[in-house]
Design a protein around this ligand. Structure first.
Ligand SMILES: *Cc1c(COP(=O)(O)O)cnc(C)c1O
Length: 216
């Protein structure tokens, strides 16, 4: 399955982020040896263990809801933080990055689902906080991330991806920076739709590794 997905995505120029949460270090290493270079985790402790144990050239992405008091543990090595869902979190990452003289790449999580359990900004609020965000010199906003509603209704998912893509393009014009180019949308169940709607990164777990035992 991995090769099939990878080949499809390569053709489209879309990056495959292997979501390795709950998977063992040895499973990750197996995929690393096949050439997979980037993995996504959603728990800080788990990520720290794996980062410690596995080859240092792995690109680690943090894809979960990140608590502000845990930012300091990951800033030194994290490749991309996907789910920056508030100005306070962005400020905290900037603050911790500054301490170690680093610029950390982040994605702003846009709330596209109507499910109340999902985090993220309303796009209008990103625009309202624009000036505040631009003050943060130790983060670089390289794109947007979103999670569609958990539904089998393809139309709903397509609309949500389409909506984030519009916001993404609008912000791209506003910011006018060449590094703002990533749209992280799509998971196992909806990545093909996401690719059609402009994804540049898809985050795929269960389709590569098999179903997780504790689904989160
Ligand atoms: C778990 C997770 C994924 C991957 O989910 P699958 O359905 O296993 O592909 C993608 N994005 C986020 C934010 C996740 O937490």
């Amino acid at each position: 399955m991995y090769q099939t997905i990878l080949n499809k995505l390569k053709k489209e120029g879309v990056k495959l982020l292997a979501v390795s949460k709950t998977q063992s270090a040895s499973t990750i290493h197996h995929f690393y040896q096949k050439g997979q270079g980037s993995f996504g985790e959603n728990k800080v402790q788990e990520l720290l263990h794996k980062h410690e144990e596995l080859p240092k050239d792995i690109e680690w992405h943090f894809i979960g809801h990140l608590q502000r008091n845990k930012v300091k543990h990951i800033v030194s090595f994290i490749h991309l933080i996907h789910a920056v869902d508030s100005l306070r979190l962005a400020q905290k990452i900037d603050h911790e990055a500054k301490k170690i003289n680093k610029v950390v790449d982040i994605l702003i999580q846009i709330r596209i689902s109507s499910e109340i359990s999902k985090f993220g900004w309303i796009y209008d609020d990103v625009c309202l906080q624009y000036e505040e965000l631009l003050k943060l010199k130790n983060i670089r906003i390289v794109g947007f991330m979103g999670m569609a509603t958990n539904t089998i209704e393809k139309g709903t998912i397509r609309n949500e991806f389409n909506q984030i893509n519009k916001s993404f393009k609008d912000f791209q014009k506003r910011l006018n920076k060449s590094y703002f180019k990533e749209l992280s949308i799509g998971m196992s169940s909806d990545y093909q739709l996401a690719v059609k709607e402009g994804a540049t990164i898809v985050r795929i777990g269960s389709l590569i590794f098999g179903k997780r035992e504790n689904q989160e």
